[in-house]
Design a protein around this ligand. Structure first.
Ligand code: ATP
Ligand code: MG
Length: 204
């Protein structure tokens, strides 16, 4: 009898900084899809953020570690940070497939905005062949996710799924803005991340 397949979630992002929206989403998908773990992978050089200033990867990596360390199912990988050039998800997934072997199924976790953008991603149809996509969105986004599924036809129907979540109105952009204006970021990011931001003088 074949052994049980391993189920690994991938949470990709810039995490500039990581916030409770990312954490709640990853935990909700882990729980619902019975994932053995979720690997957070901070992008070194986000292809879609080439034009904008991104905080040095080491800080984003450190904050991601601080935010996830209390969850035994969460891990952080420096895989993209160690690769030169822009980080394409397809290259990352190939590396993970190689590392984990054939008995692992991958679930790429996204929020509402990221799932909308996947038609522009590099070699996206090949990527859909390698992992399932889980879009964690609120009820109002159902038509948007359906449109994306339809766009990819049968492949979309099979490989893209929506998980209903409350989807908090939080973004890293808003957090950076709040810090610049001297507003509180308590409870929007984990305490250790808040302390790290102030200690390192980030986003001022
Ligand atoms: P920025 O404002 O800098 O774009 P962000 O908050 O959107 O940052 P990213 O690092 O760009 O964070 O996003 C990483 C992943 O997390 C994406 O799949 C995105 O859709 C998802 N995400 C971002 N914010 C939330 C949120 N509040 N709830 C659920 N998922 C989210
Ligand atoms: Mg974003």
């Amino acid at each position: 009898m074949a052994g049980k397949r391993r189920r690994v979630g991938i949470m990709g992002g810039t995490f500039d900084p990581i916030h409770v929206g990312h954490l709640m989403t990853a935990e909700a998908v882990r729980n619902e899809y019975h994932l053995d773990k979720v690997i957070f992978i901070p992008a070194a050089n986000p292809p879609h953020k080439q034009q904008q200033q991104v905080t040095p990867a080491i800080h984003r990596f450190m904050m991601t570690v601080l935010a996830t360390c209390s969850n035994p199912y969460f891990e952080v990988s420096s895989l993209e940070m160690n690769r030169p050039g822009p980080s394409y998800t397809i290259d990352t997934i190939y590396e993970l497939v190689h590392r984990f072997g054939e008995d692992t199924d991958f679930y790429f976790i996204t929020g509402a905005d990221a799932i909308q953008e996947i038609p522009t991603w590099d070699r996206i149809e090949e990527l859909l062949g390698l992992c399932q996509f889980i879009a964690a969105t609120r009820q109002g986004c159902v038509p948007n996710v359906d449109n994306i599924k339809e766009y990819f036809g049968e492949l979309g129907e099979k490989r893209i799924h929506r998980l209903a979540t409350p989807e908090l109105e939080i973004s890293s952009t808003d957090i950076r803005d709040r810090i610049r204006k001297g507003y509180s970021i308590k409870y929007i990011v984990p305490t250790a991340v808040e302390q790290y931001i102030y200690k390192e003088g980030l986003y001022k």
